[in-house]
Design a binder for this molecule. Structure first.
Ligand code: AMP
Length: 186
């Protein structure tokens, strides 16, 4: 978890590689559907372009179909999901069905102004349609309102690893692994 632009996607790939599990990014799946012009992509695009969340029902169905694929049988890392309380509850139900359990929730903490600057830079490089300044700020707001509160929910379950997300990519990765191994050794 972490606000848009905290570096979740980059770190997700490192963690997933380390544990030989797939990194499942809802944002990536939506973007792939958008570029293929599927009905899901057409629906998701209008929310994404505005910086709003795609409705829970659509997102939940997509994740539930993805985690039953064979590569996820021995575990998976979710990047960008869950983002709402309804998604937390839905995920609990899904993994009960598949027989998985939630081992850890990694939260990348970053300063929000620093993030906005990072995202503006990325928008220039990648030309993402959802990366105009207004949309970037809206995405931060939506995160603060709808997703940030989930950290408390997972803290109450003792699952949260809060990691400083600022600095070099490698340093952040090291912090994540250090934090994750602290729990597994205790
Ligand atoms: P991301 O690349 O993770 O920042 O996701 C890009 C966009 O996809 C978000 O701004 C949302 O519009 C949509 N999206 C991704 N994950 C979710 C989710 N779990 N719930 C609702 N919308 C999502």
């Amino acid at each position: 978890m972490g606000p848009p632009g905290a570096g979740k996607g980059t770190q997700a790939k490192f963690i997933a590689d380390h544990f030989s599990i797939p990194a499942i990014s809802t944002g990536d799946i939506f973007r792939a559907n958008v570029s293929q012009g599927t009905p899901l992509g057409v629906e998701a695009k209008r929310y994404m372009d505005a910086g709003e969340y795609v409705p829970d029902e659509v997102t939940n169905r997509m994740v539930s179909n993805r985690i039953v694929e064979s590569d996820a049988e021995h575990g998976f890392l979710l990047d960008g999901y869950p983002r709402t309380l309804a998604q937390v509850e839905e995920l609990d139900g899904m993994i009960k069905q598949t027989g998985h359990q939630l081992d850890a929730v990694v939260v990348l903490t970053v300063d929000s102004e620093e993030i906005v600057q990072r995202l503006l830079q990325r928008a220039e490089i990648e030309g993402r349609a959802d990366d105009t300044e207004d949309v970037i700020r809206r995405r931060q707001e939506v995160y603060a309102e709808q997703t940030h509160p989930l950290i408390e929910v997972y803290k109450a379950r003792g699952l949260v690893h809060e990691v400083d997300g600022l600095g070099e990519v490698d340093d952040v990765t090291k912090r994540i692994f250090a934090s994750l191994s602290e729990t597994s050794e205790s």
